[in-house]
Each structure stands twice: as C-alpha cells, then as structure tokens.
Design a protein around this ligand. Sequence first.
Ligand code: FAD
Length: 283
Amino acid sequence: MNAQLSYEFFPPKTALGREKLLTEVLPKLAETCPAYVSVTYGAGGSTRDNTMGTVKDIHATGIPVAPHLSFGTDSEETIRELLLHYQSIGVARVVALRGDLPSGAGGSQQLVFANELVEFIRQETGEHFTIEVAAYPEIHPEAKSYEVDIINLKRKLDAGADAAITQYFFSADAYLEFVKTCREYGITKPIYPGIMPITNYDNLARFSRNCGADIPRWLDKKLSGFGDNIDALKAFGQDFITDLCKRLLEGGAPGIHFYTMNQAEPVVSIVSELKQAGYFANQ
Ligand code: FAD
C-alpha cells in the first residue's frame, strides 16, 4: 500500500529540547521515511523565532519540513515576511491555519479565515508551496453545522490548498463518514487522518477538552482506569492506535499524520507494526 507518513513536532523551548529533537527523535523517525515533518506555530507569533529556528535546523538535515502558519493576529506583512523567508531557504510546503487567539487578543489582523490565508499564499508565492490545511472529522467547535464546516473546508481546498490533515480523533467511523460526506460535497483532494498516540491520560483529556476532540466514554473510562500504571496504559494505547490506523488505511485513508509530541515512541513502534502488516510497503 503506497500510503504517506508525516510527523508533527512543536518547536522546543529549551536548548536541551532542541538537542533531543534533532539528535534523537528526528533521526529515529527519519528511518521510517516520512514524506515530510511539520512544525507548529503559536497563533499570533508566540513561537515565531522557535518555529523558524526549528524549521531551519530540520531543513538542514535534508528532511522535507513544513512550517505551520497559524496567522492568528499576525498582519499580512508578517505573514508575507515568513513566507518569503521560508521560500528563500528552500522550504517547499506549509500548513495553513487560522490558529486560536488567546482570549482578549486584539485584532490587527486582516485575514479572518484560513481560506483567505491560502488565497494570500497563492497570491504572494504562486505554486511554490505545497499547502496543507486543517479538517475536523468531529467538526470544528465553532462551526455552525456538520455541512457548513465541510463547505468551509472545501473553500480552503478550492482556494489552492493541496490536501487536508485532520484534527485527531479516536473513532474510525468519524473519519470515514466525514470523508464520505466530503466526497459528496465535491472534495476530491486527499484528507490525511491526524493521529495522536496515547501515552498519558491527563494530558490527553486536557488537550481533547481544548480542541474539541472526543474521547469516547468507554475509552475515557478504560484509560482513566489505568491510574498510575503507565506501562499498561501505554501498551493498551499502542494496540488501540495501531488498530485505528489499520482501520483507517483499510478504509481508504491516503496515509497517516502523527502528532508526535516530540517523542519517537510510541510512533516508531506503531509504524513498524503497520509496516510489518504490509502498510507503507513501498517506503
Ligand atoms: P478555519 O478554516 O478558518 O476555520 C475556523 C472556523 O471558521 C470553523 O468553524 C469553520 O467552519 C469556520 N470558517 C472557515 N472559513 C470560513 C468562512 N470563509 N466563512 C465563515 N466561516 C468560516 N493551531 C495553532 O495555533 N498552531 C498550530 O500550529 C496548529 N496546527 C494545527 C494542525 C492541524 C493538523 C490541525 C487540525 C489544527 C491545528 N491548529 C493549530 C489548530 C487550529 O488553528 C484551530 O483548530 C483553529 O481554531 C482553526 O483553524 P483552521 O485553520 O481550521 O480555521
């Protein structure tokens, strides 16, 4: 199966974190031959220098890297500068996002929705960048309805984005139904499932509340039931996520984008199990 792998990192805040990412995590993940890795960006520029630095470091290793551009309150001028910087150093793809604004953040921004960012990128840099955008199988928390969110995804793709990466989710049915509906609405471009490994219940519960990802009740009970038994939680999490990936790939997903949380494990183990089972066979 010729499916695509990609990995997401956040920009480390410390020299130690950067060292670990570049000398341990990245080399281990690189052995699995990802198509690219991406680096998040704090909406409104909160991680601007760290994101640019991390992107530059990864780019120097030769691994294709895609900075996230979550514009938040960034002005068009700031976004233009970032785009031209990335273009000048040879970065060839970006993930284009609106971002979430910190509460009370003022609005000097001229762009409002991510489809406008995609238009802006195409206007400023033509076809230079491959552009990924965000999709929400469980629907974006602010969306007016299931259908309206899909229409808004279509706007981003019609504006010139090449593919979408989803928010993480734990229900294969949520993704498969979402993709089916997207196709009914005329979306033909690839929609890569974004997958979050399970390694820590408290963190996962907190992230999920913040981004509107649903942890099904049975799974929430099961995970919280492991209590301090982290090894048991990780072993269960690895099996669960590997099975989820298999169901998605069997159902036609064009690949998997892993939210690595800057850890090589358990992603490396999950991917190696998927490879042994015949997925990602050509890589
Ligand atoms: P949009 O596509 O603009 O959508 C936002 C909301 O507005 C949705 O409810 C949508 O239905 C609606 N909408 C969209 N277009 C229109 C329109 N033209 N008219 C009316 N309504 C519209 N956040 C960060 O801060 N940094 C990151 O690095 C980051 N990386 C991410 C990576 C992925 C793969 C994903 C899935 C999310 C990421 N996020 C990141 C979170 C993201 O920024 C938030 O989910 C944000 O709330 C929405 O961003 P968006 O690009 O999907 O926005």
